[in-house]
Design a protein around this ligand. Structure first.
Ligand SMILES: *Cc1c(COP(=O)(O)O)cnc(C)c1O
Length: 377
């Protein structure tokens, strides 16, 4: 049986007619960049995330970059974030000239540890502490970070908080939506995210009217009015084709999320039934609502061999992420070394993403668990 890690072709078949129709409408209108279709999506996303505003942008990476620019974070500033995330989180910090300060994660959720943020700030010299400007928690795999604690630390230390919610559209923390829990929420419409376009795209959510206006100005090179620049922004625009597709998919997102959650539940019971609980640790659901952008298992033994075995048996799986950011070559100048963040390093060596996409069938999950059982037999 073949089970890909993600099957976007199956999803496309269910929305094909709608997509072709809006695409044709946009071709006829020849209105491609920003405009009414993008504004419609911005309103829909703001409503979905329970925020006052949303600003469509060119990617999740640019959502982070634009938020940092809007928060006036730049050369010599420091930003606390996790080393166990997709590269863009810390890449954006460096691109504005600021310095990423890594803080290790919680072993059960893989999200940044507030206790370790506290400890890291306490350890800073007064001089370094003065350069600390922001925290970027990442809602990894679709589950929110511990935002009450992050917000408390931010408040105590006068820091901006930017949520990297690229994997977490619709996730909730204590009943509140990802993207509504801080100054800026950054989302990605990369095709493999739960709400993906037919290309690159992203969006920033905020409750601040001032920042809403600011984000819109910075998105178009900082020109306000057009051709008059009191700030240097960039081209961070979202296009109408992507917005239209994302708008269509948004209508189905809750239904797809429910299927992902059911698939996760099915893995959980099948893994117990198969007697694999001592070999495979399923995700810890600390926060309702986990949207399962990824279903990550932890395997203490032979992770790489298991991955190879599954791939040889037609099961798509992947390691997110094999190298924590503090050990990336481009960050060697920051002075970190192996052993600095043991929880992240352990996760990088012992976790594996299994298929969890909404169109996955029960037989396919049974097959995957059966393959894992055969591997450990
Ligand atoms: C995907 C992702 C991004 C970047 O989004 P793009 O749209 O690909 O630029 C940033 N952070 C995290 C955690 C992501 O998963």
């Amino acid at each position: 049986m073949q089970v890909p890690l993600l099957d976007l072709k199956a999803q496309y078949q269910t929305i094909k007619d709608e997509c072709l129709q809006v695409t044709e409408d946009i071709y006829e209108s020849q209105y491609f960049i920003l405009g009414p279709v993008v504004e419609k999506l911005e309103n829909e996303i703001a409503q979905y995330c329970s925020t006052k505003y949303a600003v469509g942008v060119s990617s999740g990476t640019d959502a982070l970059l634009l938020s940092l620019m809007a928060a006036n974070i730049g050369h010599g500033d420091r930003v606390i974030t996790t080393p166990y995330t997709f590269f863009a989180t810390a890449g954006a910090v460096s691109r504005v000239g600021a310095i990423p300060v890594f803080v290790d994660i919680e072993a059960d959720t893989y999200n940044i540890s507030p206790a370790k943020i506290d400890a890291a700030i306490k350890e800073m010299s007064e001089e370094v502490r003065k350069t600390l400007k922001a925290i970027i928690p990442v809602h990894l795999y679709g589950q929110c970070a511990d935002m009450d604690e992050v917000s408390r630390i931010a408040k105590d230390n006068n820091l901006v908080v930017i949520e990297d919610a690229a994997q977490a559209i619709g996730s909730e923390y204590h009943g509140q939506r990802a993207g509504s829990l801080s100054d800026f929420g950054c989302f990605s419409f990369f095709p493999s995210k739960n709400l993906g376009g037919f290309g690159d795209g992203g969006i920033v959510t905020t409750n601040s009217e001032d920042q809403y206006e600011n984000l819109k100005i910075l998105r178009v090179h900082g020109g306000h009015p057009k051709y008059y620049h009191s700030q240097i922004g960039g081209n961070f625009r979202l296009d109408a084709l992507q917005a239209a597709i994302v708008s269509i998919k948004l209508k189905y997102l809750d239904q797809w999320t429910k299927s992902r959650q059911e698939n996760a539940q099915m893995y959980n019971s099948l893994i117990i039934e198969a007697g694999l609980s001592n070999k495979v640790t399923v995700p810890f659901e600390k926060e309702n609502r986990h949207i399962y952008n990824q279903f990550i298992v932890q395997v203490p033994e032979k992770r790489d061999e298991l991955k190879e075995f599954l791939i040889n048996n037609q099961v798509g799986c992947e390691i997110y992420y094999p190298v924590p950011l503090h050990l990336q070559k481009c960050f060697s100048g920051l002075g970190y070394s192996t052993g600095d963040f043991p929880v992240s390093e352990f996760a990088a060596d012992h976790t594996l993403a299994l298929p969890v996409y909404p169109e996955l069938r029960k037989e396919q999950i049974e097959y995957i668990v059966d393959q894992i059982k055969q591997f450990y037999a």
